[in-house]
Ligand binder design. Sequence first.
Ligand code: COA
Length: 522
Amino acid sequence: MSINQLMSTISKQDSAFQENFEFNTSLSSDLRHALTQVVDHSNKQAIDKHTERGKLLVRQRIDVLIDEGTPFLELSALAAYGQWENQFPSAGIVAGIGLVEGILCMIVANDATVKGGTYIKETIKKHVRAQEIALQNQLPCIYLVDSGGVFLPEQANVFPDRFDFGRVFYNQSKLSASGIPQISVVMGSCTAGGAYVPAMSDQTIIVKNQGTIFIGGPPLVKAATGEEVTAEELGGAYVHTSISGVADYLAEDDVDAVRICRSLIQQANQKKAPKAMEFAEPQYPIEELYGIISANNKKTVDPHEIIARLADNSEFQEFKKLYAPNLVTGYASICGFQVGIIANNGFLNAEAARKGAHFIELCDQRRIPLLFLQNITGFIVGKTHEHQGIARDGAKMIHAVANTGVPKITLVTGGSYGAGNYAMSGRAYDPEFLFLWPNAKTAVMGGEQAASVLQTIKNKENELEHPLIKQFQEESTAYYSTSRLWDDGIVDPIDTRKVLALALSVVTNKPIEKGKFGVYRM
Ligand code: COA
């Protein structure tokens, strides 16, 4: 046995284990139910119309695009969930990372059965986020385009601002300037802004009798100039491959288009993904996480028990094991990929913050990606701690997290509250990926604390307590977060190892750089 192998102290007979197990398996089945709902969404009429035209459904297109038998890391599948009366399943767009001809690619595909594949705020956020991940990790982009552009009633919320629809095309220019290949496959309508996705790609394939590209569709042309023209005459596949040159390859149908796309990726002279490595599975079954994650999110969960079920052979070489045990730091491998793990084990205090900053610098020097297991109520408060300068030590850790050059992956395993969210690489700290477990809670503080803070300030009895508690409860759930794209998706605990391995294979796709750190207050 390795000296670094973790020994679990959990008893499966324990009533707390069993209660947690019941609670977390029920969260897992809620998650699966929600995912099934968005995949098989109920707009039967739109689905029939789509398939009768000889088109594949959006996830079928991705299935035939990626290498057979390989996984697809789908991101933010529950975007827009619980909003818009659930009329925009997955926000009308599927985004994720898969292997095409052995090369890791970012795939962004419109779902034309969701309001004609048009863009609401969440659709744009998801498209832009996918491009950011591609840029950070140098992933070729494949756009499977089938979209009517902006969802017109929402134009004021999706058109003019910095990260609105225009950002998609801005990012295409930036990706292109970075030498990242972008291929569009036009499988349906590309109108107005949507026309720029294929027009700004390096190479474009268009499907006969299905794909169209135009700045203004036939109704707009008629209104503007009086000219009467069919969609096919205006900007169909023949027009663009033989007259305008806006598209480069003519495809017979969806499957043929995907086949051409695969061959273009093969010819793009890109680095292949690393071959599968040999590794030992953890010593403890991953299902046991259901019994370990606490049903009461106010309780601390010993992160060693989590790591024992995520790390290869349950090995964890712990750094500063006896010092500041509230923050657990050390090295492990996940499916053969080395990571530095930083995990909460209670409040962040001054020692823990310094230990965290030290460990980040170590990983940075050695070019080892970081995995944050975030379960944090925040930094410790009180006179003693303020006098010791907790704010200064917390600032050191936040500096280190912000400026490290190594990739960061964040998994929220419990609470993500206050400045703890920042120090543990929350969304604002640009982690390459941020995932949540279904039990995750994200908020500036707990609802009860917020209510009592406001009550104290306003010197009022109970008046504010109820609405604020309820509001905080609703706004802090994993579903609320993922619907608004504050993260890259909710992960069932039992899929965590698989998801982290895929994410690690993506972040090690490019050379890891050393960070440039600023001034640390001493
Ligand atoms: N804004 C808002 N809703 C739109 C829309 C848009 N740009 N384009 C389509 N929709 C809605 C339709 O109203 C319909 O909604 P419903 O299901 O509630 O009835 C749904 O999307 C499907 O549209 P439909 O026209 O029935 O489907 P289709 O597959 O035959 O055609 C398009 C899809 C996108 C080709 C066609 O709707 C179209 O040309 N839309 C206008 C595109 C445009 O001019 N965009 C400019 C935006 S910058």
